[in-house]
Every structure is written in structure tokens, then in C-alpha cells.
Design a binder for this molecule. Structure first.
Ligand code: ADP
Ligand code: MG
Length: 465
């Protein structure tokens, strides 16, 4: 179907906005010293720092990193949807002053207008560019053909499956024939098979050489997806804020063959880059002495007690040590799903990453083997080494006037985190502290209080004060 559509396409495609064609290898997008900060109570909090990146004609670049590492922010900066705080972003050598005229975006959530048909949704991108109605209709039909939506022109998004909706997302972006197609986790909202199919078709189009764009930037947290798609994989690290951690050139032939030994080897290498926190961690205090930890340098990973406890048990069953990549594979999980749990076990002193393996510590082994009550005790001791948990636990115990407003901790955290990050920090700290029976949390007045179960340890008179 796709190849048929291709034959009907006019070729070669001209670049957006009537600009002269660029040869493969020429730089289309460039960031130099790009930094992006969001407002916090103490001023600007960096989300991206010192990003030097070039996107060249003819290449597919994957931005890979854990959740929160700044991938979407970087993509938005490249697209000119958010301004850089410092440093520069240029398109064909010209600094961006607003939306990048050479890019079009595909979103994870499709972002279609429900009251418009497929055809109308696709035309939307052209309307913004002031293209006349007849030309709009013709171009939209071509893009619809190209992306395998033939026959769905007059359907409304709600009538379509997720995969078909994302095809509309692709068609809407491709119809403007942008120099660079930007995709933010375009397959993450789809089931595995649909994602596989759509990704395969997209890459088939790209490899056919008749794709109406000159480069692709794809954001993903899925290593295999990055290796399947990209010529270059840019791994972003998130501690303390988004920076380029490592860049991999992918020299594998297209179409990519999962059974090629180089494929698996590269996945392992990239996996190591994403899990090997050694360099950043040592610089940043993750691996520093517990007494050097602060609320600022020791963020809690977004991991529930159930999640990391399950992981610890899984490792225990495998003899206390196992290969992270194999483990994720066996669980049918993506890196993004498992790394926060790994971070949690590491932070709590229950496990450590050594080479590619996750290894339980002595305490971690005790924790994983213990019954519920015992595990709570072991966990409470470990959780008190985590600054935010300790801060909340100490605050609710020392405040004789009773519960402590969540706002109190928000204000403290606002010096180091953005409000989104604060939400996540408090959510995790609440989950951990509750399980450890260090404190309880009441969502209605948004207050933390000492856990009832621990009342007997409180100084007398606290309850009545
Ligand atoms: P990723 O796409 O890798 O998951 P994001 O770029 O979405 O990461 O976010 C990076 C960090 O920046 C996160 O900690 C997030 O909370 C923060 N962030 C993103 N957008 C905003 C915003 N508009 N205001 C404040 N903080 C933000
Ligand atoms: Mg994102």
C-alpha cells in the first residue's frame, strides 16, 4: 500500500518554504550551548544545559533518555516552540525567533482536532501557511495516500484506531514537507504490534529515499526503537539536569536487522550508557557518602514501593544478581519502566549496578527475603537515609502543633525543583513514608502527620497539644 502511494508521489520533493535544496550532510538545525530553565522559587532551574547538537540533512537522529531528562524540551527548543534560556538554536544558519519554519511535529498523543475529519486535520498544517484551498486538498490527499490512510479522508478521529490516528498525525506533519520531521515518542501510545507496524512503514518510506523531509529527529525512551530508526543516538542524562551523556553512531545497514550481532551489541552499549550512572553519579552525590546527601542533590526516582520491591524479589530469585537488559526483556518492559526502580534500589542501598548487572546488597537481600513487618522495618531505616523522606519524618515528629502542610515542603523544594518535579518528589516521598509507617498523608487538607502506628514513640502530650 505504501509503495503504491509512493509511486503516485511527485518526486523529487522540494524543501519547505521554497528554500534551496541541501545536500546530505549539510547542517539543518544546530544548537550551541543551549540551556533551558524553568522558573523556580529561587530563580531559574535548569532542565537542559550546554547542549551542542547538529542535525544534518539525510540523517535520523534519536534523542534517547529516561523520563524527565529533557528530551521533549530539547525537541521543542529545536522546533522553536519554546525559547532557549541561553545559547542558540539555528535553522539553516539563521537563529530562531519563533516557531521553526523548517520543522513539523508529531506528538505522542496525536493532538488531532476531534471535530475535523482526517482530510481537514491534515490540511490544518497548510492552512497555517496560507496555502490555497485547491492546493491544500491535493497535497493533503497525497500525504494521506503516502501514509496509508487512503479511504479514511472523511472519517473523524474518534472513528479511528490509535494507529490510524497517529497516521493522521504523520500526514499532518508531512503535508507541509518540512526539512526536519520532529517526533515526540510517536509510537508510545500504541500497542506493541501497531507501533511495530507503523514504525516499519515509516522507516520503509524513509529508506526509499522519497520521504518528503530531509531529516528526522525522534524522541524515544526505547533503546531498541532508537537502534531500529537512527543513524545517530544522542543519550541524554538527567542528573542533575539534561545534558548530552553520550552519542552513538549507528553503522548498521538498513533496513535494520534485529538478528544482526551488531544490533544486539549496540543495544547493550546504549543500555550501559543509560544505566551506567557512574560518571554523573560520582560527580553528583548519588554515590557520595550518605551524610553529604541533600534534598537538592538526591531527588527521589519515580518508583513505588511495590515496583522496586518486586524488582528486588525478582533479582533475589535469580541469585541476587542479574543482567539488567535480560531482566527487562524477560519482563517485557522498556528501560523507562525499570530504571526508576533500579534507581530506587540503589538510593536505598538495596542494590548496586555493576557492569550490566543489578546486584542486591546484604540489606537488599534481607529486605527481599523479609516478611511484611520485617521488611517495613528494614525499609524504614533505609528510607530515613533519603533526605526528603527524612525531612518529612522529622518535621511531623518535631512539630508539636500537629500535622505539617504539604505546602511547607513544597516551598522548601521550590528552591531546587520545578513544580512538576515537586509533584513527583512528594508523590514518591508520600508512598515511601506511608509504607515505612514514618508518616501518613491526608490528601484533603494536604497534610502530613506522624503515623498512628508510631504514636507510642511520640513524646507525651503531642496529640493533645
Ligand atoms: P522528557 O521528555 O525527557 O521526559 P521533559 O523535557 O518533558 O523530559 O522534562 C524535563 C524536565 O523539565 C522535567 O523535570 C520536567 O518536570 C521539567 N519541565 C518540562 N516542562 C516544564 C515546564 N513547562 N515548566 C516547568 N518544568 C518543566
Ligand atoms: Mg517527553
Amino acid at each position: 500500500m505504501v509503495l503504491d502511494a509512493l509511486r503516485r508521489l511527485r518526486t523529487p520533493r522540494t524543501p519547505a518554504a521554497g528554500l534551496p535544496p541541501v545536500a546530505d550532510g549539510e547542517v539543518l538545525l544546530e544548537t550551541v550551548g543551549l540551556t533551558k530553565s524553568y522558573a523556580g522559587a529561587d530563580g531559574e532551574l535548569p532542565v537542559l544545559s550546554g547542549i551542542d547538537l547538529r542535525i544534518r540533512a539525510g540523517e535520523v537522529v534519536a534523542l534517547l533518555g529516561k523520563s524527565g531528562s529533557g528530551k521533549s524540551t530539547l525537541l521543542r527548543c529545536l522546533a522553536g516552540l519554546v525559547p532557549a534560556s541561553s545559547g542558540s538554536v539555528t535553522y539553516r544558519g539563521a537563529p530562531l525567533t519563533g516557531a521553526n519554519p523548517g520543522t513539523a511535529m508529531v506528538f505522542q498523543t496525536f493532538a488531532l482536532l476531534p471535530w475535523l475529519t482526517v482530510q481537514q486535520n491534515v490540511e490544518l498544517g497548510l492552512e497555517a501557511k496560507g496555502v490555497g484551498a485547491a492546493e491544500r486538498a491535493a497535497s493533503a490527499r497525497q500525504a494521506i495516500d503516502l501514509i496509508g490512510l487512503d479511504g479514511f479522508e472523511s472519517a473523524y478521529p474518534k472513528e479511528l484506531s490509535g494507529g490510524m490516528r497517529q497516521r493522521v498525525g504523520f500526514a499532518r506533519a508531512l503535508v507541509v514537507e518540512p526539512d526536519v520531521l520532529m517526533m515526540d515518542e510517536p509510537f508510545s501510545a500504541l500497542d506493541v504490534l501497531t507501533a511495530e507496524n507503523l514504525r516499519g512503514e515509516l522507516m520503509e518510506l524513509w529508506e526509499s529515499g522519497q520521504f518528503p523531509t530531509r531529516a528526522i529527529v525522534v524522541v524515544t525512551h526505547n533503546i531498541e526503537e532508537a537502534v531500529l530508526m537512527a543513524d545517530r543516538i544522542v543519550v541524554l542524562g538527567s542528573r542533575p539536569y539534561g545534558m548530552i551523556r553520550e552519542v552513538f553512531d549507528v553503522d548498521l545497514a538498513r533496513p535494520r536487522d534485529r538478528t544482526h550481532p551488531g544490533f544486539e551489541a549496540l543495544i547493550d552499549q546504549v543500555y550501559r550508557a543509560m544505566t551506567g550512572r557512574q560518571k554523573e553519579a560520582r560527580a553528583q552525590g548519588r554515590a557520595t557518602a550518605v551524610d553529604k546527601r541533600t534534598v537538592a542533590n538526591t531527588p527521589l526516582p519515580t518508583a513505588s514501593v511495590d515496583g522496586f520491591s518486586g524488582l528486588a524479589e525478582m533479582v533475589l530469585h535469580r541469585g541476587g544478581r542479574c543482567d539488567l537488559a535480560d531482566l527487562a526483556d524477560d519482563l517485557g518492559l522498556e528501560v523507562d519502566d525499570i530504571l526508576p526502580q533500579v534507581d530506587a534500589l540503589d538510593l536505598l542501598g538495596f542494590a548496586a549496578v555493576s557492569d550490566d548487572d543489578l546486584v542486591l546488597t546484604e540489606t537488599g537481600t534481607t529486605y527481599a527475603q523479609a516478611d511484611v513487618q520485617q521488611s517495613k522495618t528494614v525499609f524504614a531505616r533505609a528510607a530515613l537515609q533519603v533526605p526528603l523522606v527524612k525531612l518529612i519524618a522529622t518535621s511531623v515528629r518535631t512539630r508539636s502543633e500537629g500535622p505539617v502542610r504539604a505546602g511547607f515542603f513544597r516551598d522548601l523544594l521550590a528552591h531546587h525543583y520545578t513544580s512538576e518535579q515537586i509533584d513527583r518528589q512528594l508523590e514518591t516521598a508520600t508512598d515511601w513514608g506511608r509504607y515505612a509507617e514514618l508518616y501518613s498523608y491526608d490528601a484533603d487538607p494536604q497534610e502530613y502527620r506522624a503515623d498512628e502506628g508510631e504514636e507510642h514513640e511520640e513524646p507525651p502530650g503531642r496529640a493533645g497539644a
